[in-house]
Every structure is written in structure tokens, then in C-alpha cells.
Design a protein. Structure first.
Length: 266
């Protein structure tokens, strides 16, 4: 646990500290344990820093709800790296964590060597789209605060995005792991770091010079389209479609995920 103004970050540091370090940022409703299976493989050659993001896991926020937004969270994570004396590292983010990872790459380019974005997006392009999404996220957050967490998680995974994930034989285990979260805290995260509230990053992509690996599952048509557009706009980005996986690649096809990540980082 690491105290930074308004943040008490919970994290796990796994692997030899002399190895290249990867900062791992999880998705919405997850926590740092979501990466445990891939960390057990990656930590043979890398030191893995997996953090519970605000609103998730055992991280605690003492400030107001603005502490849950993308810019403040990104700055707090940079402070965490400073406290841990990590000047420069590798970066990996999944979904919500991927959106945050892209923001950090574009705003703190001197801190990251190579970046893996799994099922990520630069946000929404227009004010109209963002406004509609904010309203939808507010509605979902209210539902989250007023419902049974397990029922909410099952409902959340009913979205087309997670169709292949639900077919996994380990899906029930995934839901049980996510029950460690707090519904009120998750709602704060959704209201403040949902896709509608995040700054649109589309116009900054062309200027990025940090190598990006865009990973998308072959069943995830929505994010294949988004990431194809990212790759076309950003010369430093390469796109890889991972077979036999949907949105949550590191859960659905762990061996291929780890192999592709290793190849990119090496």
C-alpha cells in the first residue's frame, strides 16, 4: 500500500526487480488480481507492477469524486512510479485500463518505453457522443448503486462485447473474483472515468512516438474497427488480431496473449 495525496494505492510487485518493469492497469469491475495468470508467466522475465485503480480492489481514495477521473488518476500513478523510483517502464492496459494507459502515454511520453493496449479506445470523437455516453454511464452507475453486485456483474457481461467471455468454462470464477469490489466505489469510477467523461484522444494520436501494440480479439468487431482507425492515424502503432478471443483477450486466450506481449516487449 502506497500513500499519495488523496490516494492509498494497493498494488502487487511480482518478479525480479532487476528485470524490465511492466505497469499493468486493469479494466472496469476488475482489480489487479485479474492479471494474476499472465503475471505468473510474464514474471519469469519481467517485474510486474499491478495496481488497483481508484474505485477498485483495495485502493482507497480520500478526496472528492474528481480523484476518480482520468487526468487525476494518471497523475497519481506517475507519483506512485516516482515513489517507487521507477523512472521509465513498460505499460499494459486492458479496456478501461487501456484507455488510461493511452492517456498516460500521450501525456507522459518520457515515462514509457513500449505500450500494449488491449481492447482499448481513444474515447469518443464528438461532444454529442460524449454527452449521450455520460448520461448512459450515469444511469448504469445509479443501477449499480441500487442493485445486488453479482446481479449487476452478470448483467454487465450480458453485453455483446462479452459474448465469447461468457462461454468460458472459467466465467463463474471470474464473476466471483470481481465480487471483491465495492458497488459504491465502482459507480464512482464509472461516473468519472467512463468513456463519456474521458478526454477524447483521437487528435493526439498522430504525434505519438512511443511504440504501441494494439491487441484486439477476433470476435470483437467493435474494437477491431476502432483499433484499425487508431493504427491508420498513429504511425507508431501496430495492430494484432488475437484468434479465439473476444474483448478480454488475456482471459480467453492467455497463451497467445502472453506470447504476443513478450515478442513486442523483447
Amino acid at each position: 500500500m502506497n500513500k499519495i495525496k488523496n490516494y492509498q494505492f494497493h498494488y502487487d510487485l511480482t518478479g525480479n526487480k532487476n528485470y524490465p518493469l511492466i505497469l499493468l492497469l486493469h479494466g472496469f469491475t476488475c482489480d489487479n488480481q485479474d492479471f494474476s495468470p499472465i503475471i505468473s508467466l510474464l514474471s519469469q522475465n519481467y517485474c510486474c507492477l499491478a495496481v488497483d485503480l481508484p474505485g477498485h480492489g483495495k485502493t482507497r481514495v480520500s478526496g472528492d469524486e474528481s480523484c476518480y477521473n482520468m487526468s487525476n488518476t494518471a497523475q497519481a500513478l506517475i507519483h506512485l512510479l516516482d515513489d517507487l523510483q521507477i523512472d521509465k517502464c513498460l505499460l499494459l492496459g486492458y479496456s478501461m485500463g487501456g484507455r488510461l494507459a493511452l492517456y498516460m502515454t500521450l501525456h507522459f511520453p518520457d515515462r514509457f518505453e513500449k505500450v500494449v493496449l488491449e481492447s482499448a479506445s481513444p474515447g469518443l470523437k464528438t461532444e454529442k457522443d460524449r454527452s449521450h455516453r455520460i448520461q448512459a454511464d450515469l444511469h448504469i452507475a445509479q443501477k449499480l448503486e441500487n442493485s445486488n453486485l453479482k446481479e449487476f456483474l452478470l448483467s454487465w457481461c450480458d453485453r455483446p462485447l462479452f459474448k465469447s467471455l461468457k462461454k468460458s468454462p472459467n466465467f463463474d470464477r471470474l464473476i466471483e473474483a470481481r465480487l471483491a469490489n465495492n458497488a459504491i466505489e465502482l459507480a464512482k469510477s464509472l461516473r468519472n472515468m467512463g468513456t463519456g467523461n474521458q478526454p477524447s484522444l483521437w487528435t493526439q494520436l498522430a504525434q505519438n512516438q512511443i511504440p504501441l501494440l494494439l491487441l484486439v480479439g477476433e470476435y470483437d468487431d467493435k474494437f477491431k474497427n476502432i483499433n484499425t482507425e487508431i493504427a491508420n492515424l498513429c504511425p507508431a502503432a501496430s495492430l494484432k488480431i488475437v484468434p479465439k478471443a473476444g474483448h478480454n483477450i488475456h482471459f480467453e486466450n492467455i497463451d497467445k496473449f502472453v506470447a504476443v506481449v513478450r515478442q513486442f516487449y523483447d
